[in-house]
Design a binder for this molecule. Sequence first.
Ligand code: BG6
Ligand code: MG
Length: 215
Amino acid sequence: MSQPQAIIFDLDGVLTDTSEYHYQAWKHLADDEGISLTHEENDEHLRGVGRRESLMYIIRGHQYSEDQIQEMMERKNRYYHALIERMTPKEIVPGGVALLEEIKSAGIKVAIASASKNCRLVLDRLQLTSYFDGIADGNCVVNGKPAPDIFVYAAGLVNVFTPNCIGVEDADAGIQAIKAAGMKAVAIGPASRFHGPDKVLPNMENKHLKDLLVE
Ligand code: BG6
Ligand code: MG
């Protein structure tokens, strides 16, 4: 692929460090319940994974009713809201706005594919909503990452065939989703976290369009 027709970004942990806020909110809940949860477990089992699947990992081996599960998901979301309601555009990754502007001026569509139901809230807090030609979030598709659905949906929003898209992700579940969607995958984070991305960048700071391009 010389130049993609669309670049589709994950949000949490890519354009902003909300993956840390998700961890803190889950940690708060796990502490309430007397269950241990470490940063390492978060990276390995929760990063990029949906709300219910994340809770199922945390409470594995414990007995809870469906009502208790629903209450815990709501409680975690309240803890998460308390963290994100204070967010400002200062929490966009350094160089993030310049990168989005560079991509748009190159005539490439920009979209979001996030598993989060809070995606639009975070984009609004960051004042980023208007930069995107399409936003696919946790309310759009039933099957979460690693299923390809959210990336395919995002490609549809910007009218681009999936092989002409690059997906950008900080979670291995997301890299698997991008590859299953037939896109090129750019991974953000330590190479040891990922299986089979087309490119790995250690972080998203001050990146340019050329950094995201894949052969
Ligand atoms: C993903 C995050 O983007 O969204 C996960 O990486 C999170 O940590 C998932 O669990 C679902 O988010 P929410 O806001 O719908 O609970
Ligand atoms: Mg992410």
